[in-house]
Ligand binder design. Structure first.
Ligand code: SAH
Length: 265
């Protein structure tokens, strides 16, 4: 059954067997683990996963592909296919008894960031995630301070997870051939966050405010929330820009904000 790739579903199917083998090798699958594949497509990763994992849940949005997968893998008893939108899927339902899920996927690039944050909402039930993403997004996820890739995505992701770039994947490895370079990243949720934050929403807010005007100094970008004196009290130079601020410093800024007494006019 021939399937016409659908652009709106971000369909770029893996073709290169070496890359597929490298991805499966990087997954470090052990017996007894529960695996979840997001966006199985025509099964390029599903097939080798089924050979190795005890149980595989697959979440695929395109109904035609769900039908194709059902036919292709009808003989596998260790597969459950969910015909759903991964952005709305309750991943914790796959781990009812406190088990931890191992998540893998060649993600549709247009939804990769919201999808990762959706998964992080259920971070308690996730052991690790191995994703194919646009290389630029992997660079941003793994970025350290003081570089141009460092921003909101990296700070927030590194609060939740340890992040590791594994290898790049060239466009020719897919059909249809995408316009961009891809890369594989491993995300492992921290058992305990690397920094203490009173309120994660406040961290997200400060980081977002600081990077919304990344050329501006903290004094200007955070001016509405914290005074220069309040920033200095934290031993942070208010003349620095967001891209110079570490996760630990963002945590201090967030905690200062959440501990600040509410002003009543
Ligand atoms: N894993 C396959 C396919 C990758 S293409 C391979 O490597 O060849 C991305 C896949 O994600 C497509 O099958 C697409 O239909 C699916 N997809 C797109 N949006 C989705 C969503 N919101 N939820 C689940 N799957 C989605």
């Amino acid at each position: 059954m021939a399937h016409q790739a659908r652009k709106r579903f971000g369909q770029n199917f893996l073709q290169d067997q070496n890359i597929i083998n490298n991805i499966i090798g990087s997954a470090m699958i052990r017996s007894g683990e529960n695996w979840v594949e997001i966006g199985a497509g025509q099964g390029a990763l599903t097939q080798p996963l089924l050979q190795k994992v005890s149980h595989l849940d697959v979440v695929e949005l395109d109904r035609d592909l769900v039908t194709l997968l059902q036919h292709k893998f009808v003989d596998y008893k260790n597969l459950t296919i969910h015909s759903s939108d991964a952005l709305r899927f309750d991943f914790s339902s796959l781990a009812p008894n406190g088990e931890k899920l191992h998540v893998i996927g060649n993600l549709p690039y247009n939804i990769s960031t919201p999808l990762m944050f959706h998964l992080l909402e259920t971070t308690d039930c996730i052991a690790d995630m191995l994703f194919m993403l646009q290389k630029e997004v992997v660079n941003r996820i793994c970025a350290e301070p003081n570089g141009k890739s460092y921003g909101r995505l990296g700070v927030m992701m590194q609060y939740y997870c340890s992040t590791e770039w594994l290898f790049d994947v060239p466009p020719e490895s897919f059909n249809p051939v995408p316009q961009v370079m891809s890369a594989i990243v491993r995300l492992v949720p921290h058992e305990k966050p690397p920094v203490e934050v009173d309120d994660v929403k406040m961290l997200a807010r400060v980081v977002s405010e600081a990077f919304s005007q990344r050329r501006k100094t903290l004094r200007n970008s955070l001016g509405k929330s914290l005074t220069e004196a309040e920033i200095l009290e934290l031993e942070i130079d208010a003349n620095l820009r967001a891209e110079n601020i570490s996760l630990a410093e963002f945590a201090k800024l967030a905690n200062a904000l959440s501990r600040k007494p509410v002003e009543i006019d």
